[in-house]
Each structure stands twice: as C-alpha cells, then as structure tokens.
Design a protein around this ligand. Structure first.
Ligand SMILES: [Zn+2]
Length: 176
C-alpha cells in the first residue's frame, strides 16, 4: 500500500482556484492493481485540481510509456501513451452513490486518494489493439512464436479435417 501513499492529496483548507500537482508512475504503482494487460510503465502525471465552492474538477494528463502484451505474439510490448481525463469530486453531507464520473466526498473528508483516477486515465488511454508494429512503434513480433503459432494452427486444422473424415467414415460403415 505504501506505493500509493504518494497519491493522497490533503484537501482541507485548500483555497478556491487551480492547484497543480505532479506525480510519477512506475512499475510499483502497477503492482497495486490487478491487471495483466498493464504490468509496467513509466509515466508523468500532471494534475490540475480546480476547487470551486461545492465541487472540485480534477484534470489528469498522463504521458509516458507503458508495457503491455502483444495481441499477436504475446511478447512484451512498449507503447507510448498520452491521455487526458477529467473527474469531478463533489462534497455532500448526504449519502450519495459514487458513479464513474462523479466521486462524492463527505464534508469532513480531509484528503483524497487519486491513485485509482490516475490508473483509470492510463487504462482509458490504452489503444484497443496492441501489437508490435514496425511502422507504428518500431517493434516487431517474435518470429519464432509466430511460426510456432501458425504451425500449431495448421496442425489443428488438419486434425479437424481428419476428425470430420473419421466421423463420416464411421457414419458410412455403420450404415452398411
Ligand atoms: Zn508481437
């Protein structure tokens, strides 16, 4: 849990207006979240917290590199990432349900943990298709793995055909 203690901002006594914060995210940060698609990375996070009378706007800008897995060969893949998200934090005495967009704090909450918001910003910035690509990210797939995969696929298809033949043969012999 210590890895995330840097991401707690004291909000008591914060004046109205903009407050900038900077964070660094590394492998230790990702260890705290259970997601195999996001295991490592190095990113700078700029946060501007704007305090208004009854709410706070938090704009997160993340920039850096993350390590994920390639969709094609399963190998480690480094991807540049740049993304921006805004979250709104409201204060209320009543019990509110937190939603994805709005986090509700009690009036006596004196700090806010932004680690999950940062993690979400990074996750939302991930491209949906992730693979080694010479022209896009200058990385190429592990050819050995690709060869083995296609070998395996061909073998599966052959066996599939063999299976169908033997089933058909069985059907035909049973008829006789
Ligand atoms: Zn690959």
């Amino acid at each position: 849990m210590d890895a995330l203690s840097d991401f707690i901002i004291p909000i008591v006594g914060l004046k109205l207006g903009d407050h900038p914060y900077q964070f660094q995210v590394d492998g230790k940060f990702f260890e705290e979240f259970d997601n195999t698609e996001l295991e490592d990375g190095a990113l700078d996070v700029d946060l501007v917290l704007t305090k208004r009378p009854n709410l706070m706007e938090l704009v997160f800008r993340v920039k850096g590199q993350i390590e994920s897995l390639c969709d094609r060969c399963g190998g480690s893949l480094k991807l540049p990432l740049q993304h921006e998200e805004m979250r709104i934090v409201k204060f209320s005495q009543e019990d509110f349900n937190n939603t994805d967009e709005i986090l509700v704090l009690g009036n006596d909450d004196y700090e806010i943990d932004v680690s999950h918001m940062i993690y979400e910003t990074i996750a939302l910035g991930l491209p949906s298709r992730r693979s080694h690509d010479e022209s896009l990210n200058g990385q190429s797939c592990d050819q050995d793995v690709l060869d083995k995969l296609s070998e395996y696929q061909e073998k599966e298809e052959r066996e599939d055909v063999d299976d169908r033949w033997s089933a058909l043969k069985k059907l035909l012999t049973n008829k006789e």
